[in-house]
Design a protein around this ligand. Sequence first.
Ligand SMILES: Nc1ncnc2c1ncn2[C@@H]1O[C@H](COP(=O)(O)OP(=O)(O)O)[C@@H](O)[C@H]1O
Ligand SMILES: *[C@@H]1O[C@H](CO)[C@@H](O)[C@H](O)[C@H]1NC(C)=O
Ligand SMILES: *[C@@H]1O[C@H](CO)[C@@H](O)[C@H](O)[C@H]1NC(C)=O
Ligand SMILES: *[C@@H]1O[C@H](CO)[C@@H](O)[C@H](O)[C@H]1NC(C)=O
Ligand SMILES: *[C@@H]1O[C@H](CO)[C@@H](O)[C@H](O)[C@H]1NC(C)=O
Ligand SMILES: *[C@@H]1O[C@H](CO)[C@@H](O)[C@H](O)[C@H]1NC(C)=O
Ligand SMILES: *[C@@H]1O[C@H](CO)[C@@H](O)[C@H](O)[C@H]1NC(C)=O
Length: 671
Amino acid sequence: MTTASIPVYFLVLLVCIIYLKPQAIAQDENHFIYNDFHGSGLHLDGVAEIQSNGLLQLTNTSQQEAGHAFFPARLNTSTRNLSFSTYFVFAMIPEIPVLGGHGLTFIMSPSMNFTQALPSQYLGILNASNNDLASNHLLAIEFDTIKSPEFNDINDNHVGIDVNSLTSLASAPVTHYSNSDGTNKTLQMISGKPIQVWIDYDQGKNLLNVALAPIESPKPEWSLLSTKIDLSQIFLDSMYVGFSAATGAMTSSHYILGWSFSRYGQAQNLELSKLPSLPRQRKPRNKQSLEITISLIVLAVVLVITMGGFLYFVRRNKYEEIREDWEQEYGPRRFSFKDLYKATKGFKDKGLLGTGGFGKVYKGVLKSSKEAVAVKRVSHCSKQGMKEFVAEIASMGRLRHRNLVKLLGYSRRRGELLLVYEYMPNESLDKFLFTNEKPNLNWAQRYRILKGVASALVYLHEEWEQVVLHRDVKASNVLLDADMNGQLGDFGLARLYDHGENPQTTHVVGTVGYLAPELTRTGKATTSTDVFGFGAFLLEVACGRRPIETQTLPEEMMLVDWVFESWKQGAILDTSDPRLGGDYSADEMELVLKLGLLCSHANPASRPSMRQVVQYLDGVTLLPEILLDGATCDLLDDEACAEFVMSVPRSFEKISVHSLSSSKSILSRAL
Ligand SMILES: Nc1ncnc2c1ncn2[C@@H]1O[C@H](COP(=O)(O)OP(=O)(O)O)[C@@H](O)[C@H]1O
Ligand SMILES: *[C@@H]1O[C@H](CO)[C@@H](O)[C@H](O)[C@H]1NC(C)=O
Ligand SMILES: *[C@@H]1O[C@H](CO)[C@@H](O)[C@H](O)[C@H]1NC(C)=O
Ligand SMILES: *[C@@H]1O[C@H](CO)[C@@H](O)[C@H](O)[C@H]1NC(C)=O
Ligand SMILES: *[C@@H]1O[C@H](CO)[C@@H](O)[C@H](O)[C@H]1NC(C)=O
Ligand SMILES: *[C@@H]1O[C@H](CO)[C@@H](O)[C@H](O)[C@H]1NC(C)=O
Ligand SMILES: *[C@@H]1O[C@H](CO)[C@@H](O)[C@H](O)[C@H]1NC(C)=O
């Protein structure tokens, strides 16, 4: 022994005294500190236990378990000075690395009896029927490692302040503020490493602060949560303080390594070096690693199956279609939705050709035949009449005429019908006539288009095995092929809306301005109503104007009326399209305009048939000279006119009441 031995002994003694001191003095309910839990006398329940090294284990990795540990004596909170400060170190060791559950809480509660509380997302503190009751008088700071959507959890690694409810008053993803870097750093609670927590409540400021840090870091200068809350409104006159933890289908072992608590200023610091050590984390022991491997494999298989199922479901949904037994006979006309989806590259807006009255039209290329197609998506809610309609579509697929757009087939989905047409590279005639998108059409082109469309209508009305009505003849339904031949599209589609309609409320299908007056009255389409539509179409092509135009002089608003008035004044050619620049055959122009008026006759019996129309256009028959005099206005009674006014679409609503009534008189005169 040297002389130096004496101070060393003294030092050892001193250290022993200091070491023993906290254990010796601390423990009353207002101020206590545990650097381990040997002989702590904590009140435990559930699966909670104190291990031989003084470690408090709240749960092990058994599923659906909870455990609690409370300081055994109640805090006297009747003073209403509820300020407290607590500092503890916890660790969560997940059963499967990276998948832990469910979490632990620091709680203050009027009771220690949590036998009715549930594990898993209820964290061992509440159950489904008492969640969110003010009578709970419960404060919990949750350290939650599973995202439970029913409690609006923000993620699977968050801290939350819970008052009477598992839906947190405030919560934050777990980070810790690093004093040295001045930045927030993510902290993974289920890393298995010890984590320090400081919870401080200041009654004067009504402020609750929660801060976390890994074991090697000092207390952060900034708290993770700093929330205004008045605990005096929540607490009863005596409260217990402790911890809970719970597992569910996912499990972690939840540990508390050390804990200090004080109602008089800052909680004492723990001696980190004295804290009990955590159990050795499962490493190479063969059986265990095998278990882990197996559970990981099982998990992976389950995940793959779930993902596969999910993808299958998504795919099925994406390509889902409706196919019924009766459709078998239309086999060749039936397209699979998947093929159409691929052909149009997923119905992207890029491939959108236009939007019509029935739905959007997309361009596509069929994979199998490399054929360009236009796919019309018609939304259709009612199942009623679908069978008849499809039958009709299928039979129309057999219609063959060089001036009819070929209907290649169809496909069906819930609430949706897809019609596949041959693609027309020059798109619709209205774009040439009424917009400046496309070049002007000369008279020869226009005249050929008129003849073509007329012959297509003769085919539909007379030359096929049954009478097919078009119901919506107009410039936007006439498409132009590569050689600028007119091809009539959209035939029969209007039928879709006729099927299954209550006859009392039959709404007229077609387009305002092309609708024959008797159609608005009776709702019954005939070949004559198609002729009426063709009449409007003749005038459109000749005049380069839509049948109703609101942005013009009142007397020119109704095209048919204007042409009629001009004709009476002997100046019918004044109505010809100015874009033609006078470059047309006057005979043909006059023929087209007069034929347009004749087809627009209010009396269906006075209109020619489509076959006659073709004969007039071909010059085989001469147009009767005496037409339209005494012109038929009486045929359109007030009621029909009212219907017409009712059926004017929204875009025409800007016509004032005055001009509506004047348009009524114009209309009755014209028709
Ligand atoms: N077969 C097709 N080929 C090329 N474009 C087409 C075809 N069918 C329709 N379209 C385009 O889609 C637009 C909308 O078509 P559609 O629904 O028939 O119009 P609307 O209902 O106004 O008659 C048309 O204006 C036309 O430009
Ligand atoms: C967890 O603890 C309970 C009770 O102490 C025990 O019955 C169970 O076997 C333990 N489970 C595991 C996985 O150790
Ligand atoms: C709590 O403290 C108050 C005031 O100090 C005292 O009057 C009361 O008796 C205490 N209550 C209990 C249950 O000890
Ligand atoms: C806890 O409360 C339940 C009823 O809620 C009761 O049956 C049980 O005896 C209580 N346990 C203790 C330890 O008081
Ligand atoms: C929930 O807990 C409360 C009290 O803790 C108890 O009265 C109630 O019966 C429990 N409900 C269920 C469904 O367990
Ligand atoms: C760190 O987090 C706290 C609490 O969420 C926040 O108030 C603070 O602005 C953050 N600081 C930085 C530097 O991001
Ligand atoms: C409450 O107690 C704390 C800690 O003892 C003390 O600092 C504070 O002044 C007290 N506040 C009131 C309002 O008594």
